[in-house]
Design a protein around this ligand. Structure first.
Ligand code: CAA
Length: 258
């Protein structure tokens, strides 16, 4: 693929947006390549965690490609929105855990990709913003929906209406970034977290991800009822038996992922 690279290191897939001349801006092709990689990863049983990042030291992704959008009509804009949503939906709902390693500007569509990831780790130079209303549009990759779920409606509206950039420390204070680390340590930090997650019972991790996602969309009694059913389901797995026996026998579990 031309603009999005995939590297698989044992149980970790690293997806890198690599279009440095335009700050990793996201044109249709970039979104299509992200989707193709994520779909391939979904079908790969070996991969337990996905790290999404940008090439270089300046940008995760500086948003949808303005040079492309300036020429697009309404239906093309709608199609672009579909690509944004498809990428985000995959990151949010794929069985693997997704970590955004935010290595610089995460603006517009770039910020929206991070919002769809399960976990965001920011380098000290990370900058988050949704600058779309300054361009005469609105965040079109889930920004108007997901940002408020993460940082609250009041702060999300302020970010969207002012287009202000939020630095890494402020993102951390708001709960937008889970951690802030020096840029040189960003990938090692994310890989260490990925390895820790990959060492757990991966089916249980994916069920936990689905259960937490459910909490965003249903009322508390419905979410708890689903949680109860999922807990029962996991009692039927090999990894539940193995995890608990290993604890009682004071040894490391040997999970088989089913
Ligand atoms: N689209 C296309 N090209 C972009 C781009 C973008 N989103 N962001 C940066 N670039 C290009 C610049 O045009 C420039 O290209 P040239 O060298 O050919 O002139 C190159 O990347 C370097 O950018 P700058 O010279 O501007 O670098 P800087 O360090 O001065 O500023 C920046 C960096 C703050 C990221 C600035 O480029 C910027 O503000 N970019 C636009 C951010 C933006 O508005 N993104 C939202 C897009 S809308 C969206 O994403 C819609 C959606 O929800 C789907």
């Amino acid at each position: 693929m031309e603009f999005v690279k995939l590297q698989i290191e044992e149980e970790i897939a690293i997806v890198t947006i690599d279009r440095p001349k335009s700050m990793n801006a996201l044109n249709n092709q970039v979104y299509e390549e992200i989707i193709a990689h994520l779909e391939a990863i979904q079908a790969n049983d070996q991969v337990k965690v996905v790290i999404l990042t940008g090439a270089g030291e300046k940008a995760f992704a500086a948003g949808a490609d303005i040079a492309q959008m300036v020429h697009q009509d309404a239906m093309e804009g709608r199609h672009l929105g579909g690509l944004c949503h498809r990428s985000a939906y995959l990151l949010e709902n794929m069985r693997q855990v997704t970590i955004a390693a935010v290595n610089g500007y995460a603006l517009g569509g770039g910020c929206e990709l991070t919002l769809a990831c399960d976990i965001r780790v920011a380098a000290e130079n990370a900058r988050f913003a949704l600058p779309e209303v300054g361009l005469g549009i609105i965040p079109g990759g889930g920004g108007t929906q997901r940002l408020s779920r993460i940082i609250g409606v009041g702060r999300a509206k302020e970010m969207i209406f002012t287009c202000d950039q939020i630095d890494a420390q402020e993102a951390y204070r708001m709960g937008l970034a889970n951690h802030v680390v020096p840029q040189a340590e960003l990938m090692d930090y994310c890989k260490a977290m990925a390895r820790k997650i990959a060492s757990k019972a991966s089916y249980a991790v994916s069920v936990a991800k689905a259960a937490v996602n459910t909490s965003e969309n249903v009322d508390l009694p419905s979410g708890c009822a689903r949680e109860q059913d999922l807990l029962g389901l996991l009692f039927a797995t090999h990894d539940k038996k193995e995890g608990m026996e290993a604890f009682l026998e004071r040894r490391k579990p040997n999970f088989t992922d089913f």
